[in-house]
Design a protein around this ligand. Sequence first.
Ligand code: PMP
Length: 399
Amino acid sequence: MDWQQIFATRTTRMKASEIRELLKLLDQPDIISFAGGIPDPALFPAEAFQKALGDALTHNADAALQYSVSEGYGPLRDWIAAEMGRLDVPCTRDNILITSGSQQALDYLGKLMLSPGDTALVGWPTYLGALGAFNAYEPRYDKLDPETNRAAEDYAQAAAPGRVKFAYTSVDFANPTGRTLTGTMRERLLDLAEELDIAVIEDAAYQSLRYDGEALAPILAREIARKGDIDACRTLYCGSFSKTLAPGLRVGWVCGAQDVIQQMVLLKQAGDLHSSTLNQMAIAAVAEAQFDSHVARIRAAYRTRRDAMLAALEEHMPEGVTWTRPEGGMFIWLTLPQHMRGDELLARSLETERVAFVPGHAFFADGSGANTMRLSFSRTDADAIAQGIARLGRLISAA
Ligand code: PMP
């Protein structure tokens, strides 16, 4: 059967990446992997979840196992609203929608705003999963570069005959670069969004994982400072418990103007009715009991690994290779000399050095960035990091 005849046109934009195929080989035990970018399971608060899930099923099974409202579990939305308040985003539970991971929020925001041919402004590079989510809605992409002063008019003209709908940005310790938008860049992005009259999607997946430096106010906080009221704001903040508590429970949230949240509730109803009630209850209980202390613990562990990777890069990388120095998160971004290709290097690295990473070009909407690569330090201990980077340095020096 020729399924291509049956599938909708949007599927032509939805491709399995060749990298994902390659990285399936990673389970072999002798490979040192900097590819993943996922939390270290040794740091999961497993006991706290045992208790929280047990309590929910013992004392609250009727609700925990039942259908519930699409907006999300009330006490969890209240906890998140209070947490947003601590980030200078005063709001109530009516400004919060619980999603199944922040990945679902990205999908719904694409669904909400993108008609085929509309433009989404994204970083070059940007989070691969955001491109994956938006691609289904057949947008065009244009390069969002908060370091330049490209005129709003220029963006608008490039989007014609479609319209620019939003700017998507990963603000703190971005995936894949590890970079953080400065305060000035955040303000400039807001100015641009005002001029273009578009939404801002602020992806804050790594917000809590800061290892040094001063925390920066989210874009949404800055917009509230300008306008005085979250319900007048164009910024939609996407948060997640995946990097702090447990990605497997699939709990994230969107925080923004009630008008948008209410519209997204309709998408949630149509999509999956609501996120798992039991999981939301467990996340609420664990967050209430120990969010801050748990996050302090994982920050200390990841900080040591980041430092180990930076020190090893300094020691082993040849001249001509540059990299970012992230203040948090899980990633360091490497730029190789122009003539080198990340994908070729990966193939050789897996074969001879047994070290894995993600070639950078996959993170570019236009397929550029051949000479870049993403390294994650989150799942490897300091000794293996030192060894893996030494091997990579040897390979790159010989290339
Ligand atoms: N945004 C960014 C920048 C990410 O790196 C990830 C996960 N890798 C997500 C969103 C989605 O995470 P989740 O759905 O688990 O919240």
